[in-house]
Design a protein around this ligand. Structure first.
Ligand code: URA
Length: 235
């Protein structure tokens, strides 16, 4: 791919703006030698204003999503892209959330521009476990774990029952839920189905990957070791 297109696709500017950056000598190799638009240079050797380029397509990151942010590019309120470098929103292919968390749900959100990986993570065939910590409006009544594990719970306006889910009690109004599906508002609707209400919801784990101290509102790139961990079973 031509350098102008490659750099524009990473969100650094339009092709016209990137062509200007070349003319201004802002794009160099690792030794500071000015590059020209038709040079052939590996991605890792390119610098813009002495900074390494963002990762190429195939980028995966985890974000510790705070409440109050929507998983969308267009929303009048705050969106997850506000927490990332502005050019990440302009990448092509698009950097998308892997599944969604509700605006009022916090926790681990993966994002990638790799469509095949996104599909592998979200596909019901993969059955990747997601762990949620729910704080409830009312005390647990005692039968919830059995109802969720039954594989027969039918949510309103659905035509197939939920797959069995594991619930562990973590206090009178706190529960940890491990799901292998990702239906719309699933956790909130599951607790509504047993007469409760979720006051706060946090996703702590996706597959074998946890936030591991990543502060709220921050993100980090994932590498091969993280991806191996992601597809490893939840302990
Ligand atoms: N279940 C929900 O109800 N909300 C989320 O954000 C994720 C799972």
């Amino acid at each position: 791919m031509k350098l102008v297109k490659l750099i524009a696709n990473l969100g650094y500017g339009s092709r016209k703006q990137v062509a200007l950056m070349f003319r201004e000598g802002r794009i160099t190799d690792a030794d500071g030698e000015v590059l020209y638009a038709d040079d052939k240079v590996p991605h890792a050797a390119i610098r813009i204003d002495d900074e390494a380029l963002d990762p190429p397509t195939g980028m995966v990151l985890m974000l510790h999503k705070p409440t109050g942010y929507t998983c969308s590019t267009r929303d009048p309120g705050r969106v997850i892209y506000d927490l990332l470098p502005p050019r990440f929103r302009l990448r092509s292919p698009l950097l998308s959330p892997v599944g969604r968390l509700d605006r009022e749900t916090s926790g681990l959100l993966l994002m990638t521009d790799d469509g095949q990986l996104l599909h592998r993570i979200t596909s019901p065939k993969t059955g990747l476990a997601k762990v949620y910590e729910a704080t409830l409006a009312q005390d647990l009544r005692g039968d919830e774990a059995a109802v969720f594990a039954s594989g027969t719970l039918m949510l309103e306006s659905e035509t197939t029952p939920l797959a069995p889910a594991l619930m562990v009690v973590d206090g009178p109004r706190r529960a940890r839920l491990t799901l292998t599906e990702g239906r719309y508002h699933q956790v909130r609707r599951m607790f509504a189905a047993v007469g409760n209400h979720v006051d706060a919801l946090h996703r702590s784990q996706v597959g074998g990957l946890a936030l591991d101290g990543l502060p709220e509102g921050e993100w980090r790139l994932l590498d091969g070791v993280d991806l191996d961990r992601l597809f490893r079973a939840v302990d």
